[in-house]
Design a protein around this ligand. Structure first.
Ligand code: C5P
Length: 317
């Protein structure tokens, strides 16, 4: 141990002892205080559990965020973009009919491919580009077909702004492609676990999200409360979104962003077919053509995973 090191250790010895004196005294006094107050008493057993939970959470966060702060900073970029994107999506869906949103949002298949080629140097053959275009066209056709079947209700369009919705979708597509590929690059460029990466991503997400909340809805939330208007269904949306985020991380780790696009496009076909059975929609030529394109695209692309070269890149170094 060097001399400088032992000086530091000696300082830490006295500082930690001094802090312990203050902490211990204040702990005993404050326990005594909360236990002698009139009114409802808390369960002491729950306080013991909570302290342990807090301790473990702190240890985990300090380990992943502070000790690996260089990695943490790298994730600020996709985190900022995802936060923006998640907010834009609400704007887009609120301003566009659901099917229109779905069609235009599929443009992210193409932006994802472009960013994968540029940032990860993935090579896509001409056939694979064609399959991506088919995929996009197929999903678009299916969505247009579904939209044609619906009668727009009178209330639709009242508070909606088509242009705002479209701009929000286009920016979302660019951000989805970029952030997804950036996250993939970080994930595959190091050995850190996908969970760790998500924690690092999440800290910024929470901080930036709170900033957006304060900026946009600060006054209204101060007046009505953070959970104003939360119904059971709203909680379902939130849980689904959180689950989806974790799922995306796993998919990007074990597959990639382009395959993720294929899977979500395929799911649009599956959900449409399911609703045909459940709600008695009719399959017409347009739907069959669109679904055919998507399935064809998936088929053409199925060899891709085998060809793609292993990734040996890291982001900053
Ligand atoms: O539409 P797209 O596939 O780009 O949406 C990805 C979603 O997954 C975003 O809502 C993003 O916040 C979330 N995500 C996540 N954790 C990751 C990667 C993405 O929560 N590691």
């Amino acid at each position: 141990v060097s001399r400088g090191q032992s000086d530091v250790n000696r300082k830490l010895k006295y500082i930690s002892l001094a802090v312990l004196v203050v902490q211990n005294a204040s702990l005993i006094l404050s326990i005594r205080y909360v236990r002698t107050l009139p009114g409802d008493r808390f369960f002491t057993t729950s306080a013991v559990v909570m302290a342990e939970v807090l301790k473990q959470t702190t240890l985990f966060l300090v380990d992943s965020l502070v000790f690996q702060y260089k990695d943490t900073l790298k994730l600020a970029v996709p985190s900022l973009i995802y936060t923006l994107q998640n907010n834009l999506q609400y704007i887009a869906i609120s301003n566009l009919p659901a099917a229109t949103f779905q069609v235009t949002y599929q443009l992210k298949i193409l932006t994802t491919a472009l960013f994968s080629v540029m940032m990860l140097r993935k090579s896509l053959s001409r056939v694979q580009w064609v399959s991506l275009l088919l995929l996009f066209a197929g999903v678009a056709v299916v969505q247009v077909q579904q939209e044609g079947k619906k009668e727009e209700s009178v209330s639709d369009g009242a508070n909606q702004n088509y242009t705002v919705g479209l701009v929000a979708v286009v920016i979302s597509c660019l951000s989805s492609g970029f952030a997804g590929v950036y996250f993939e690059k970080i994930l595959k460029g190091s050995s850190a676990s996908v969970w760790m990466r998500n924690v690092q991503l999440g800290v910024f997400g929470i901080a930036l999200g709170m900033l957006g909340l304060w900026w946009n809805d600060g006054d209204a939330i101060a007046e009505r409360g953070f959970f104003f208007g939360y119904t059971g269904m709203v909680w379902c949306v939130i849980f689904n979104q959180a689950f989806g985020g974790l799922l995306v991380a796993v998919v990007v780790k074990y597959a990639d962003n382009i395959l993720k696009g294929f899977a979500t496009s395929f799911s649009i076909i599956v959900s449409t077919v399911t609703s045909i059975y459940l709600f008695g929609f009719h399959v017409d030529l347009l739907f069959t053509a669109g679904a055919g394109l998507v399935i064809g695209a998936v088929y053409i692309d199925k060899e891709r995973g085998v060809e793609s070269p292993p990734l040996a890149v890291s982001i900053t170094d």
